[in-house]
Write a protein of this length. Structure first.
Length: 409
């Protein structure tokens, strides 16, 4: 008898954003005359820069000519792209990363989920709360957690990110093996200083743990004192793997291109305590289960690391950061406390009058037709909080803030 992976039965409800989409659709069907402004889902809204579109067209043409046609190629990605990433993202910041430590892939979502495969199923995980839901759900699927009880999965070390600790989690009180960190953070918009990351690197060294560092939003960091990579911290290469994506950096959410940095020094241990290179294991995993990203898309990605492409991409990042500023300043005028909005595309706010996250969601949807994301959807500690995203048209963001300001809160 074929059996299911019963860990899937532990998963909770429908995915947060599907639930929001359902509620918004239901509301719109009943209120066809109302214009809804969506600042909920973290999807980009600006079109691809022209230099990237040009590269896609050119590469598509190459594929139609015998001499330049490409079939299967290296699973880790083309050297032309990895070389540019190495220079642009790392060498320029004094970080020494070799191109065979860079693995090109189709998205940070799948990368952060897939990486667990090379790690022991009984690894004890530490996850922030609130959190990008993929970290926890993918570990549930892999059987690393117990059942869901009182709003949390058993056998997980939750790292509370609260207003009182400025959304920077304390080090775990217990010994953990695998730690998920994301800065700039989704959903809180918080960033980590070098001192904070140093503490985590030291913890990982002392406890022989591994840090999964999600830097999907690094392009939004404008403060030069904030690290863009965990590898800016001495010794981090031994204890961390970094995940990057062009989704938010360059509008690739529908194009799909990401990259994982697995340093040769990064290690995990076998049952006898012998260290093994994670770079080798990840290479082995990818060459078995992945046949690389489309040539056309890698050519598109390459442009992001050229002067022309970067200028266009930076303009878009500035535009979103401008939106974030409008959201932050707008809600501040209402006396609402918030984090993020600078160095990050998200604003994480305390709901007024201690409304629950979903009550505030319903209030905004029904009274001013603005859609945000209920904080509790990101974890228990998100209850009473709400996320507004800066991905949207400027005039929509301005109108949304204007509408919220006119509400009686
Ligand atoms: N990591 C974080 C923290 C995210 O918020 C997201 C998307 O919203 C992703 C990863 C997924 O990125 P990608 O589009 O590269 O799969």
């Amino acid at each position: 008898m074929i059996k299911i992976n019963s860990n899937y039965l532990k998963l909770q409800g429908s995915y947060l954003f599907s639930e929001i989409a359902r509620l918004v659709k239901e509301y719109q069907e009943k209120n066809r005359d109302k214009k809804i402004i969506r600042l909920g889902i973290g999807d980009v809204t600006e079109p691809l820069p022209q230099s990237i579109v040009g590269a896609i067209k050119k590469a598509a043409d190459e594929m139609g000519v015998r001499e330049s046609f490409k079939g299967y190629r290296s699973d880790e990605g083309y050297e032309f792209l990895r070389e540019k990433i190495k220079n642009h993202d790392f060498s320029s910041r004094g970080i020494n990363i070799d191109i065979d430590e860079i693995f090109i892939s189709t998205g940070a979502k799948e990368d952060v989920a897939n990486i667990q495969e090379i790690l022991s199923a009984d690894s004890k995980i530490a996850i922030t709360d609130p959190v990008y839901p993929v970290y926890i759900d993918s570990n549930v699927m892999a059987g690393r957690t117990g059942d869901f009880k009182n709003g949390r999965f058993e056998n997980v070390c939750y790292l509370d990110c609260l207003e009182s600790n400025n959304y920077i989690p304390d080090l775990p009180k217990e010994k953990v093996d695998l730690i998920y960190l994301c800065f700039p953070n989704n959903p809180t918009g918080q960033v980590a200083t070098k001192e904070i990351l140093k503490k985590w690197v030291n913890y990982a060294k002392e406890n022989k743990s591994l840090i999964i560092y999600d830097a999907a939003y690094e392009a939004f960091i404008t403060d030069p004192s904030i690290p863009k990579s965990i590898f800016e911290i001495e010794g981090a290469k031994e204890v961390a793997i970094e995940f990057r994506s062009l989704s938010k950096t360059a509008g690739f959410t529908g194009v799909r291109l990401s990259y994982v940095i697995v340093p040769k020094e990064s290690r995990a241990f076998d049952e006898n305590g012998v260290a093994h290179s994670l770079n080798k294991l990840w290479n082995r995993r990818q060459s078995t289960k992945f046949n690389g990203v489309a040539y056309i898309i890698q050519r598109a990605g390459e442009v992001v690391f050229t002067k022309e492409g970067r200028e266009e991409v930076d303009k878009i990042i500035k535009y979103y950061l401008g939106n974030a500023k409008i959201i932050g300043e707008g809600i501040k005028k209402l006396g609402i406390r918030y984090s993020g909005g600078v160095n990050a595309p998200y604003v994480w706010l305390k709901t007024p009058n201690n409304l629950s996250s979903w009550d505030f969601f319903n209030k905004l949807l029904s009274e001013c037709q603005v859609v945000g994301t209920p904080g509790v959807g990101f974890g228990k500690c998100g209850e009473g909080y709400f996320r507004l995203s800066s991905f949207g048209k400027r005039e929509d963001v301005e109108e949304a803030i204007d509408r919220i300001q006119k509400l009686s809160l």
